[in-house]
Design a protein around this ligand. Structure first.
Ligand code: GLN
Ligand code: ZN
Length: 757
């Protein structure tokens, strides 16, 4: 048995690449210095993998910003506006990634999108009509040669043509079919180039194959590869897939001339049955993804052994590897200094996953695997009942019944009661929760965390900020106020810290996009609310004003989606546990006189399965009920809001309505308000606040612009169901933009109100 790694984290154990890149962006170091940091990281990564005895080590998994952007550069897909800047190659690259504003011009960056079902974001390449596809493989060749000079013969990897063409944006009138021919030639040239350098394998990543494909897609895929595989130049070609199974095209894929096929046995729930039912060709190697590249728990060798035994019944040549790139997990548990070894021993970050592969290799090669010490130690680890079990919580979840998921009376009756209670004007105005998190706020929070200021000083500072924020909102004339979320570092971490069952790491950073990393908390045990989380601040805020103040919470699905989840219980179980904890907080807020509560589900859409057939069973069937559980115990007169980022939910509009919130606010301004038509077609029942301006940009929207947005809305949504608000929280903005923007928002709402009354 041999071992393979799909990709290794490129950010560096201590985020060296992030800090170096950011210094480079600020002109504090030069290109040479940045290159040196990158080179050191690559060398380190190669060392880890060679020491672990990995047989198929990738090169080209490194990137200064993003792999799809690298592929665009590789193919010469660089829009004119960037070339015209006349920058160095590296700076042209960064201009596409981040935009450029300086003496040579002013251009925006490529759009950014979520990479399949991960928290990583890729840059969307733009294909212009006059694009000239031409191989520019300097970087991948150099990376291959660099590793070779260090004594490692790597597998050069790049995003394959199918995934590239499916994800690229065609900005003119050309289509992917129009440029397929020249793209094929470029890939052929790439293979020929690697053949010259002596590469044995070249790998193409085609994660797009795990999505729903129609017959046209499959035919296009076949067209691309039939040609490319006709020009292998003696190099073996590995087709790599991940993030799911390739149920729509398995047969097509195995009948093409690939030498190796990489399949995901972790997320690909049908992978094993596809192989069993259709067989696997004798002349190909199966690269079996058995070590989870997305989660941080130790592999269970017993289970992996069982999977590989099944595979062995129908596949003769197997290489075991990671299920996807290790980019999606932190670098190493060795960087964690505060967690006890009793906890850390359950974790495997990238470096530890390399060890796992090498142990598995040994185990799988043994005639008596169960007698090996590595196997025994692993079996013992998995036999431990982890601390953090909470019988009471488990019983509560087990005892849930339909009525716990149903708020009574139904929506219409509640709407009537609430209209009477609040007596809001037409188009009530509000914000999404956070107000600008100024340097001053961050500094105070961090001083408090470090123990440099005491609780009393910190809390009185926060109270001061809240009071300022309330006076500002009153003065601007907003109808429903917020406290501003100054006490929160992050909308998930804040709650995680107040919940029993969560664990926080020090340095377990994972790349989100570019140089930005996130540090997801870990769901360790059963989740329980340890103490009231927000009541103190909400109560204080409401005491300052006669206007209603929203209590602000993060919802269970978002909390779970932005954490490393447990694998010993289902996502559903975890979501319900978190929901019960948030429910307690909701009821506590209500009991403390809070009349409106907002439960954010910013990330609800994010983990929707890649395949439509899996949407309900694998996700929506527990995610929506988890949300309903949070608020079903409220009195009818308490108004429950929710907020979602992105309005890309046209296809799950019924389920969103079924969350049974009283009001939902969401991002709509960037998507041109197209979601409104969908709301109308579906007789959306929930009251809505489609964001009237884009908070992701520092631009101040004019009153006219906002009025225009409102009037578009009134054409599609009954006016008594409309709210007026920005499209997301304001924490990333400055006061200088926020105050005039909100003034314009209120002025526009007032005018629209007068015209419609
Ligand atoms: N209430 C949160 C805020 O305003 C929501 C953030 C989000 O949707 N990402 O910051
Ligand atoms: Zn948002």
């Amino acid at each position: 048995m041999a071992t393979s790694v799909i990709g290794y984290p490129r950010i560096g154990n201590l985020r060296e690449l992030k800090f170096a890149s950011e210094k480079y962006f600020r002109n504090e170091i030069n290109a040479e210095q940045l290159t040196k940091v990158a080179k050191d990281i690559r060398k380190y990564n190669l060392d880890v993998q060679t020491k672990g005895g990995i047989d198929y080590i990738p090169s080209g998994d490194f990137s200064y910003y993003d792999a799809l952007l690298d592929t665009a550069v590789l193919l010469g897909v660089v829009p004119a506006r960037y070339k015209e800047l006349g920058l160095s190659e590296l700076d042209t690259y960064f201009a596409m990634a981040r935009g450029y504003q300086g003496p040579k011009g002013d251009v925006k960056a490529f759009a950014m999108k979520k990479w399949f079902n991960t928290n990583y974001h890729y840059l969307v390449p733009e294909v212009e009509d006059d694009v000239k596809i031409e191989l520019n493989a300097k970087v991948p060749y150099e990376l291959y040669s660099e590793a070779l000079s260090l004594g490692v013969k790597t597998v050069p990897v790049t995003v394959g043509p199918f995934t590239f063409l499916k994800l690229a944006r065609f900005v003119g009138s050309k289509t992917k079919e129009d440029i397929a021919g020249s793209v094929i030639s470029a890939y052929k040239d790439l293979i020929a180039g690697f053949a010259k350098l002596g590469a044995e394998w070249v790998r193409f990543d085609e994660p797009y194959l795990v999505r729903d494909l129609n017959s046209e897609d499959i035919a296009f895929f076949e067209q691309l590869y039939k040609e490319i595989l006709g020009a292998k130049c003696g190099v073996k070609i590995l087709l790599q897939t991940y993030f799911g199974d390739i149920r729509d095209c398995y047969k097509n894929v195995i009948s093409l001339g690939f030498d190796g096929i990489g399949l995901d046995l972790i997320e690909g729930k049908k992978t094993l049955s596809l192989i069993k039912e259709n067989g696997f060709p004798e002349d190909k190697i199966l690269f079996a993804g058995v070590v989870n590249g997305k989660n941080i728990w130790r592999n269970n060798y017993g289970k992996t052994l069982a999977i590989v035994s099944e595979l062995r019944e129908c596949v003769s040549d197997i290489v075991i590897g990671t299920s996807c790139s290790l980019l999606h997990v932190p670098c190493t548990t060795r960087s964690e200094t505060k967690l006890s070894s009793d906890i850390l021993k359950h974790f495997a970050f990238a470096e530890e996953k390399i060890d796992e592969l090498s142990e598995l290799d040994k185990i799988l090669g043994s005639s008596d695997p169960e007698s090996l010490p590595e196997y025994k130690a692993n079996a013992e680890l998995h036999a431990i009942t982890r601390s953090g079990a909470d019988d009471a919580v488990q019983k509560k979840v087990a005892a849930l019944s339909d009525k716990d998921f149903t708020r009574l009376p139904g929506f219409a009756a509640r709407e009537k009661i609430q209209k009477e209670r609040f007596n809001f004007p037409l188009f009530p105005t509000t914000t999404i929760g956070s107000f600008p998190q100024t340097q001053e706020v961050r500094a105070k929070r961090s001083a408090f965390r470090k123990g440099e200021i005491d609780t009393a000083e910190y809390e009185s500072f926060i109270e001061g900020k809240i009071e300022e924020c309330i006076r500002l909102q009153e003065e601007i004339g907003l109808d429903v106020l917020v406290h501003g979320e100054f006490e929160r570092n992050d909308m998930v971490e804040y709650f995680g810290e107040c919940l029993e069952g969560y664990i926080f790491t020090e340095r377990a950073w994972v790349l989100s996009y570019g140089t930005r990393c996130v540090k997801p908390p870990v769901v360790w045990g059963d989740i329980r609310r340890a103490k009231p989380m927000t009541v103190r601040w909400s109560k204080f805020t409401q005491s300052l004003t006669g206007k209603p103040v929203k209590g602000m919470l993060t919802g269970p699905v978002t909390i779970l989606n932005w954490s490393f989840p447990r694998e010993d219980i289902s996502l559903k179980q975890s979501a319900l546990q978190i929901a019960l904890a948030i429910r307690e907080e909701v009821l506590d807020l209500e009991a403390n006189g809070i009349s409106i509560i907002q439960v954010d589900e910013a990330a609800l859409r994010e983990k929707l399965p890649l395949r439509r057939a899996d949407w309900h069973e694998d996700y929506l069937d527990w995610a929506i009920p988890a949300f309903r559980l949070v608020h079903s115990g409220l009195k009818p007169e308490t108004q429950l809001h929710t907020h979602m980022c992105y309005s890309e939910f046209s296809d799950i509009i019924k389920e969103i309505d079924d969350m049974d919130a009283d009001v939902i606010t969401f991002e709509a301004s960037r998507s041109d308000l197209t979601i409104l038509d969908t709301l109308k077609e579906n007789n959306f029942r929930t009251e809505v606040g489609p964001g009237v301006y884009d908070i992701h940009s520092p631009r101040i929207p004019s009153k006219e612009e906002i009025k225009d947005a409102i009037s578009k809305m009134t054409k599609r949504v009954p006016i008594d169901k409309l709210w007026v608000n920005p499209d997301c929280g304001l924490k990333t903005r400055e006061n200088e933009e926020t105050v005039p923007s909100l003034r314009n928002l209120v002025a526009a709402a007032v005018e629209a109100r007068n015209e419609n009354n």
